[in-house]
Design a protein around this ligand. Structure first.
Ligand code: FES
Length: 105
């Protein structure tokens, strides 16, 4: 079976500090890499409610909180944990090799 995913190297682990959300535009997608307590996540950064940029929001426990109407999205599965957003943001698989972060898109 042919895999439809494409692994793209984005940055070094040192480029995304603890608590930071770093935006990237790749393959027509607007995503961000998040460093939460030393664990890295890759998620869409456009809010599913009214398209605010989540990289302008803030982190709360294991979620990113939208700067506009404060819906929180779980970083692991993308699901919103409070209204007004009802649809999840997409999450992406991350690979770290030789301190380089790659994302499968
Ligand atoms: S734009 Fe994000 S919750 Fe409304």
């Amino acid at each position: 079976m042919i895999s439809m995913t494409n692994s793209i190297e984005l940055c070094n682990v040192k480029d995304v500090k603890e608590g930071e959300m770093k935006p990237f535009d790749i393959e027509g997608k607007q995503i961000m890499i998040v460093n939460r307590s030393g664990k890295f996540f890759a998620v869409d950064r456009i809010c599913t409610h009214a398209e605010a940029d989540l990289s302008d929001g803030f982190l709360n426990e294991d979620s990113v909180v939208c700067p506009l109407h404060l819906s929180a999205f779980n970083l692991s599965d993308g699901h919103p944990t409070n209204p007004p957003a009802t649809r999840p943001i997409r999450t992406y698989k991350i690979k770290i090799e030789n301190n380089k972060i790659s994302v499968e898109v």
